[in-house]
Write a protein that binds this ligand. Structure first.
Ligand code: MG
Length: 251
């Protein structure tokens, strides 16, 4: 069942979303060659807790960190650790925050110094596919119009959309119904209506869409070793169309 949110609930999620956006901005400032992902995790957790909020990923199905850090061919769910960023890497950072019982969830992919034109294109296309998806989040549209918007834009640019992981409803639980795939025919699924809040999160690969999970049971990587990018926003459908609750200048 899709739980539509009241204005009061959306305000709480806006508050959580602001923290998420601020953490991602801090990550962007901190990312540099030589920095470990453990350091990014520590800084993110400290910032989240400074607002008396909680890192929503920490302990979620026993996930051992406060953020996910996924480098290069890692798609999502990378675990922060002692790995140091290198010039030319791309790193996807996913941040989830719980504040007063409500969640915000967003992700962005960042360049470490100079990256290849292919990596730059991957990041640009993924970011824009999220914007296309948000534009499709309109009352009267159906859920799969969002999915289709992502796939159409990504494939027009000769890149691939990951199939095995999807966006989701969000609220009192980080993952609620409905699932929001990043591919599919338009005009299917439930009609979008005011009060729906979705975490929309295209994951895009340069090579094939296929992925696998590493032995750590968390890190998802591209099956062919190609680069992958991930952008995500928590989006509420209100009176005046879609509102990005995790807004920042990164996406
Ligand atoms: Mg999410």
């Amino acid at each position: 069942m899709i739980k539509l949110k009241s204005k009061r609930e959306i305000q709480l999620m806006r508050d959580a979303g602001k923290i998420v956006a601020e953490v991602l901005q801090e990550m962007e400032k901190t990312i540099d060659a030589g920095v470990t992902t453990a350091k990014l995790n520590k800084i993110a957790e400290k910032r989240i807790r400074s607002y008396s909020a909680e890192p929503a990923f920490l302990g979620y199905h026993n996930f051992p960190a406060s953020i996910c850090t996924s480098i290069n061919s890692e798609v999502v769910h990378g675990i922060p650790g002692l790995r140091r960023l290198e010039e030319g890497d791309i790193i996807s950072i996913d941040v989830g925050v719980r504040l007063k019982g409500y969640h915000g969830d967003a992700a962005a992919t960042f360049a470490v110094g100079e990256v290849t034109p292919q990596a730059r294109k991957l990041m640009d296309v993924t970011r824009t596919s999220l914007q296309e998806a948000i534009k499709a989040t309109q009352a009267g549209n159906r859920l799969s119009d969002i999915s289709h918007a992502v796939q159409a834009y990504v494939e027009k640019n000769s890149l691939s959309v990951v199939r095995n992981y999807v966006g989701h409803g969000i609220g009192e639980d980080m993952h609620e119904e409905p699932q929001v795939p990043n591919f599919g025919q338009p005009g299917r699924g439930p009609a979008l209506q005011q009060g729906i809040v979705l975490a929309i999160e295209p994951m895009v690969n340069i090579g094939s869409w296929e992925v696998k999970v590493l032995d750590d049971q968390w890190t998802v990587v591209t099956a062919d070793g190609s680069l992958s990018a991930h952008f995500e926003h928590t989006v509420a459908l209100g009176n005046n169309g879609p509102e990005i609750l995790t807004s920042s200048d990164l996406v």
